[in-house]
Ligand binder design. Structure first.
Ligand code: PLP
Length: 217
């Protein structure tokens, strides 16, 4: 557990997969974690973090940004259209683009602001009712729709079903990304990031294995 341990495991997973060290970006998922744990990881030099709620991120990251330069913040949770503008001011990447209405809102704000976070389209690879994301069969069409709006689509993201082998979902996501010419793959969490690296993940989202168990609010 801890940052160094996870970095070592990523490096080994890269070597095992014949991938260049440093070809995987570690997003340290700090949602619900006490600020002192987050600060410790910042003091160790890490700068890339993930949050799943805009509101929660607004409450802590402006303060951390006063103390630490170069923070790279990723939104990994659902985004309501009415929070899109706030997300623009806070996040360098958004991993939860999952519907046309949100794409339209982001495109409009991007026009107005003259910039846009890098975007990952979330794919509901397990076709679960309760989970966000476009269905695999709709992914190609939605990628095209977003590109037609000039949105900077960097890649795809998935959260596999809890009770299935994640590697099947990582492989499916990689296949959809490849046929759409997308380089980014946001996949893999504390329990399965090595398998995600083996299947081509470019961004892994690791929370509890770095920070410890989340403290319930
Ligand atoms: C919380 C969360 C993670 C990190 O989960 P851990 O199991 O703590 O590594 C990754 N991705 C998303 C979308 C999350 O909400």
């Amino acid at each position: 557990m801890g940052l160094q341990d996870i970095q070592d495991r990523i490096a080994k997973a890269c070597t095992d997969a014949g991938r260049a060290a440093g070809s995987v970006q570690l997003i340290a998922v700090s949602k619900v974690q006490p600020n002192d744990r987050v600060r410790t990881v910042l003091e160790q030099g890490h700068r890339c973090f993930g949050e799943n709620r805009v509101q929660e991120a607004m409450g802590k990251w402006p303060d951390f940004r006063e103390d630490f330069d170069g923070i790279d913040l990723h939104l990994i949770g659902p985004l309501q259209s009415n929070k899109a503008r706030a997300a623009f001011g806070l996040f360098q990447s958004i991993h939860s683009l999952d519907r046309p209405k949100l794409a339209t809102a982001l495109a409009r704000i991007a026009q107005e602001e003259g910039h846009c976070p890098e975007l990952f389209i979330q794919v509901n690879t397990g076709e679960e009712d309760q989970k966000a994301g476009v269905l695999p069969a709709q992914a190609d069409g939605f990628v095209a729709e977003c590109r037609a709006m000039d949105l900077p689509v960097r890649g795809l993201m998935c959260i596999p079903p809890v009770d299935e082998e994640p590697a099947l979902h990582f492989a499916l996501l990689a296949k959809i990304a490849e046929r759409n010419g997308l380089a980014g793959l946001s996949m893999g969490m504390s329990s399965d990031f090595e398998r995600a690296v083996a299947l081509g993940a470019t961004h892994i989202r690791v929370g509890s294995a770095i920070f410890g168990d989340r403290v319930p609010a």
